[in-house]
Write a protein that binds this ligand. Structure first.
Ligand code: PLP
Length: 448
């Protein structure tokens, strides 16, 4: 007898970031999608409340994006970028450079956000070597940071739950504190910012001679719970990097392509990174393309006669994939035609009003948001900000309840992540927030 697809999924798959025992108890198989909804094999529909892990821009099955892929398929699906290029990868590079911060002039493609970060780290490391300063080998990264799951990206990450197992595999990086206003002693954004900048300056004073680069998520630390940085923090970090001659690697993988109400979140603070990683929304959520952007000064440090040994030896089989680049080009065209970034800035005000309503729930401790990137932190006791014991898995229970009510998202511990597709309408935002409210209310009123 033919196995049902559910049985097959349980028998053959091993899913990312998933305890498979949980999956076996609550399997879910998506069959199709349309607009901002996904449909499972039983025909049940769900709002895609986390944009299929923070990727989706225009909704699923956007006609223009589907067409762009079909059109490209009539020419070619893939050829390599090693030592040569292709038409869409080249056209897309120009389009990207026109929308990124001015100092970024070069595009290096890869397939995922983690790789884009890995590449930035290797470029920063080799940059100093090529420039005759090989002693600058180390990195500063931020506490609670997340940059993906490859070993380099994990080394500059700092999420205890995900990373502690791999401690012995990681290279060392100095960790600088990040302003987490809700959990700071003062609760005052400016004080919190200044204390963190002072601590960073202290680190730089002591170690700048050996530091190649600093890594930081742009404006919002996503995976650690949508922690929004106070005004002046990112630009303060930029100033310190310049003062101490340390490259600044800005991670825009989650925040780039309109998510926060600017094309790139570093624009909120007019920050010009030396290296910048982006991915996720670049193809509208269709295909795996990621990019590491570099300044001309960094590019030039690698440009020389072959014998000088300055070449950047890094690449992946599918780098610059034509189908991915073609859909990214169409995605960027739609960004302009449909004024997506301006729309997000508008919609984020609507989302703010709707999310404000959640604050009245007895176990909602904090609601944080920038653009259409929001986190709702659940706590056992609101007055003392006492978290729930992790083993109660309250965030996970809320996500299961939301699934039952027709919306998907993934919790970040006890922070409910809300990152709807950028094209969501006011009505859709309302419907999603109301599901979240119902799920949070129901689960947090249970006896644990
Ligand atoms: N950097 C940040 C800030 C992210 O949020 C993520 C993924 O969520 C990554 C890097 C890793 O990207 P990918 O999953 O495409 O490897």
């Amino acid at each position: 007898m033919r196995q049902s697809i559910i049985e097959k999924s349980k028998k053959y798959l091993w899913l990312p970031f998933t305890q498979m025992k949980d999956y076996d108890e609550n399997p879910l198989i998506i069959k199709s999608g349309n607009g901002i909804k996904l449909k499972d094999i039983n025909g049940k529909e769900y709002y895609d409340g986390f944009s299929s892990v923070w990727l989706n821009v225009h909704g699923h099955r956007k006609k223009e994006l589907d067409e762009a892929i079909k059109k490209q398929l009539e020419k070619i699906a893939h050829s390599t970028l090693l030592g040569m290029t292709n038409v869409p990868a080249t056209e897309l590079a120009e389009m990207l450079i026109n929308i990124t911060p001015d100092k970024l002039t070069r595009v290096f493609y890869s397939d995922s956000g983690a790789e884009a970060m890995e590449i930035a780290l290797k470029m920063a490391f080799q940059y100093w070597k090529n420039r005759g300063k090989p002693e600058k080998q180390k990195f500063i990264s931020m506490k609670n940071g997340y940059h993906g799951d490859t070993i380099g990206a994990v080394s500059v990450g700092s999420i205890e739950l995900f990373h502690h197992v791999y401690g012995p595999l990681m290279f060392e990086s100095f960790k600088a504190p990040i302003p987490y206003i809700y959990r700071s002693e003062s609760g005052d954004p400016e004080q919190c910012r200044d204390e963190c900048l002072e601590a960073l300056e202290q680190l730089l004073t002591e170690h700048h001679g050996e530091i190649a680069a600093l890594t930081i998520e742009s404006m919002v630390q996503g995976a650690s719970g949508m922690i929004v940085m106070p005004d002046g923090f990112l630009s303060g970090v930029r100033q310190l990097c310049t003062k101490y001659d340390v490259l600044m690697i800005v991670d825009e993988v989650a925040t780039g392509f309109g998510r926060t109400g600017k094309m790139f979140a570093c624009e909120h603070e007019n920050v010009q990174p030396d290296l910048m990683a982006a991915g996720k929304g670049i193809t509208g959520g269709y295909l795996p393309i990621a990019v590491t952007f570099a300044t001309e000064a960094i590019y030039e440090a690698f440009y020389d006669d072959y014998e000088k040994g300055k070449t950047f030896y890094h690449g992946h089989s599918y780098t610059g994939n034509q189908l991915g680049c073609a859909v990214a080009i169409e995605n960027l065209r739609l960004f302009e035609a449909e004024r997506i970034v301006e729309q997000v800035a508008e919609k984020s005000k609507t989302a703010e009003l709707l999310l404000h309503d959640l604050k009245s729930l007895p176990h909602v401790g904090d609601v944080r948001q920038l653009g259409l990137m929001a986190g709702i932190e659940l706590v056992q006791t609101k007055e003392t900000k006492q978290p729930y014991p992790p083993e109660q898995r309250v965030g996970y229970q809320v996500s299961l309840k939301m699934r039952e009510l027709g919306m998907l998202t993934r919790p970040l511990g006890d922070v409910v992540a809300f990152l709807p597709p950028l094209a969501s309408t006011t009505e859709e935002l309302k419907a999603m927030v109301s599901i979240m409210k119902e799920a949070i209310r129901e689960v947090t009123s249970r006896e644990f």
